[in-house]
Design a binder for this molecule. Structure first.
Ligand SMILES: NC(=O)c1ccc[n+]([C@@H]2O[C@H](COP(=O)([O-])OP(=O)(O)OC[C@H]3O[C@@H](n4cnc5c(N)ncnc54)[C@H](O)[C@@H]3O)[C@@H](O)[C@H]2O)c1
Length: 306
């Protein structure tokens, strides 16, 4: 199959990521069909995706005409057979569980045409964990998106059984929807950017949980030297502290790492208070005007911890 043969894309899971990915495909001329567990979930997803598309239009990313054309390319169905009809490529964004991912891909393996390429948007799992379960390992490859509202970087990660032409086609497809492609030459949990980011989070959390420096000073160090407008704790607030805690706690327990567990416990204090970062307007910083965005932040004196 060539890129020009890809016309219809099926999005499995119409949650946060599925909505963004499907919209991105439709914006670039692909016919998009969504599948999720019920009509109610799909209706809700449709509303929030339309809101996202309108926001893109309000920021000039889409004209009014493109907005209408984009939305007209999108359909939704809770009927798996209807969803699978004439599909050329699947983008899977169901919950982060290898059993759920394996099951749904196996179900669609039976329903989709033989040519259909399967991609997964898993965050930390490896495609090889559910490649056999999918029923078409040679056509399965990870195509991992970051937050499409703010960036356009994707990881393309084959597993050892992915056919090389499939890896190539998935890269071509990603570029056709405006993405910068990072190709992984071997499987790696966390891909490229997220692997680097988690090391940054780990170092920042270790410094804070050991009381070496304040949260503000740790961010100040990063921002002052790199010239960036946000530091690691500001970024954690943007990602969401419950997500960062989930991942930190999972790996701390899995590896039996004491410092990582202390970092997770440090985060948990915020999560337990409902301080989840930007989405609750309170995390390490208070929003909408966090201290790090103020003009004199770099030169201000840090508040002393206890
Ligand atoms: N949220 C992020 O920032 C982000 C970024 C990159 C990758 N991911 C990955 O993308 C995937 C989805 O994450 P999300 O944040 O969009 O999750 P989400 O919870 O927002 O959405 C998941 C959707 O899958 C649906 N679903 C559950 N079981 C299903 C099934 N058997 N069949 C069909 N649909 C089913 C749910 O109803 C829901 O609509 C995960 O693997 C996650 O790790 C998430």
């Amino acid at each position: 199959m060539q890129l020009a043969d890809i016309k219809r894309v099926l999005i499995l899971g119409a949650g946060t990521m599925g909505q963004q990915i499907g919209l991105q495909c439709a914006m670039h001329g692909y016919e998009v069909v969504y599948y999720d567990l019920s009509r109610e979930i799909l209706d809700k997803a449709g509303k929030s995706m339309t809101k996202l598309a309108s926001w893109y239009a309000s920021t000039g990313r889409l004209t009014e005409e493109q907005l209408q054309q984009t939305l007209s390319r999108i359909s939704m169905t809770p009927d798996p057979a209807e969803a699978a009809r004439e599909v050329d490529l699947i983008s899977e964004s169901v919950p982060e569980d290898p059993v759920i991912k394996g099951k749904i891909l196996a179900q669609f393996n039976k329903l989709c045409p033989e040519r259909t390429i399967f991609t997964t948007n898993t965050s930390l799992l490896l495609p090889s964990m559910f490649a056999q379960a999918s029923g078409r390992p040679e056509k399965l490859c990870a195509l991992h998106f970051h937050d499409l509202r703010s960036n356009n970087v994707v990881d393309v990660m084959p597993h050892p059984g992915t056919a090389p032409e499939v890896t190539q086609l998935v890269q071509d497809f990603a570029r056709s929807i405006g993405q910068i492609v990072i190709l992984l030459q071997k499987e790696n949990s966390g891909y490229v950017f997220n692997t680097m980011l988690s090391s940054l989070f780990l170092s920042a959390l270790t410094l804070a949980s050991k009381n070496v420096a304040s949260i503000e000073d740790i961010d100040r160090a990063w921002m002052g030297v790199t010239g960036m407008s946000i530091g690691p704790f500001g970024i954690m607030d943007q990602v969401g502290l419950s997500t960062v805690w989930d991942i930190t706690d999972y790996w701390a327990k899995k590896k039996g790492d004491r410092q990582a567990q202390a970092n997770a416990d440090f985060l948990k204090q915020y999560v337990d208070k409902g301080m989840l970062g930007y989405k609750t307007m309170q995390g390490f910083y208070s929003y909408p005007n966090p201290a790090y965005s103020k003009k004199d932040f770099l030169y201000a004196e840090s508040e002393k911890g206890d």
